[in-house]
Design a protein. Structure first.
Length: 232
C-alpha cells in the first residue's frame, strides 16, 4: 500500500456530505478526520495537526468563520471553505478571515481534489526556503533579481506592476481578495481604492497574456479578487 498523502480534517455537519468527502479523499490516499461542530473542529485541529481543513460555515454551534479565525491564531494550515453560501461578500469574508480557497456547494470531486492539491503544494512551498525562480506556463520570474520573462523574452514592468505580480506569484494558485492586494501593494490606507487593482491588472494582462480578454495566467474570481495560475 502506498504512503498516505496526508491527513485532511473535514468539519461538516451533514452526514451525507461527510460520507462523500471521506470516500472521495480516501480513494486518493488521504487520511480523513471528521468533526461536525465548531468545538469538535477546534479540538481535532489542535490534537491532530491536519495537513489541510475542509470547512463548512453553517455548523450547529456557531459559524465556521469563528473556527477559522481561532485556528489562524496559532496555525497556517491550509483551509478550504466548502459551503452552500455562495454570495460574493461571504466568499470575501472567508478569504479575508484566512481561508486559502472557497468552493461553493455543489462541487465536483475533480475540482475539490485539484484545489486541495494546490493548497497543500502552496503550504509545503511556504515551509521550505523558497525557490528564487518561479515558472507559471510561459511566465518565468526571478524573485531575487526582480526580473520577468515571457517565452524567454524579458518583460518590462513598472515597480507597482512588479509588486502586484510578485504578490500573486508568492501565493500562486491561491485567490487574493481586492482588500488583501491593496493592503500589500499600496498600503493600509488604500483598501477602498479597488479601481487601482483593476487598472494594474489590465496593464499586466496586456504584457503577459496572449489574449488579455481571455486570460490564462492572471485569473479573475468575480467580485472577490484575483489569482495567478498555479505553477506547473
Amino acid at each position: 500500500m502506498s504512503e498516505p498523502r496526508g491527513t485532511i480534517l473535514v468539519v461538516e455537519d451533514e452526514p451525507q456530505m461527510r460520507r462523500f468527502l471521506r470516500a472521495s479523499l480516501g480513494a486518493e490516499g488521504y487520511q480523513v478526520r471528521e468533526a461536525w461542530t465548531v468545538a469538535d473542529g477546534l479540538r481535532e485541529a489542535a490534537a491532530e495537526h491536519p495537513d489541510a481543513i475542509l470547512l463548512d460555515l453553517g455548523l450547529p454551534d456557531g459559524d465556521g468563520l469563528e473556527l477559522l479565525r481561532r485556528v489562524r491564531e496559532w496555525s497556517q494550515v491550509p483551509v478550504i471553505v466548502v459551503s452552500a453560501r455562495g454570495r460574493e461578500e461571504e466568499k470575501v469574508a472567508a478569504l479575508d478571515a484566512g481561508a486559502d480557497d472557497y468552493l461553493p456547494k455543489p462541487f465536483g470531486t475533480k475540482e475539490l481534489l485539484a484545489r486541495l492539491r494546490v493548497a497543500l503544494r502552496h503550504a509545503r512551498a511556504g515551509s521550505t526556503p523558497g525557490e528564487p525562480v518561479l515558472a507559471v506556463g510561459p511566465l518565468r520570474m526571478d524573485l531575487e533579481r526582480h526580473e520577468a520573462a515571457l517565452d524567454g523574452r524579458p518583460v518590462r514592468l513598472t515597480p507597482i506592476e512588479w509588486r502586484l505580480l510578485a504578490l500573486l506569484a508568492a501565493h500562486a494558485g491561491k485567490v487574493l481578495t481586492h482588500a488583501q492586494i491593496l493592503r500589500q501593494v499600496w498600503g493600509p490606507n488604500a483598501t477602498a481604492q479597488s479601481h487601482y487593482v483593476r487598472v494594474y491588472m489590465a496593464e499586466l494582462r496586456k504584457k503577459l497574456e496572449a489574449d488579455p480578454s481571455r486570460p490564462r495566467l492572471l485569473l479573475t474570481e468575480p467580485g472577490v479578487g484575483y489569482r495567478l495560475a498555479p505553477p506547473a
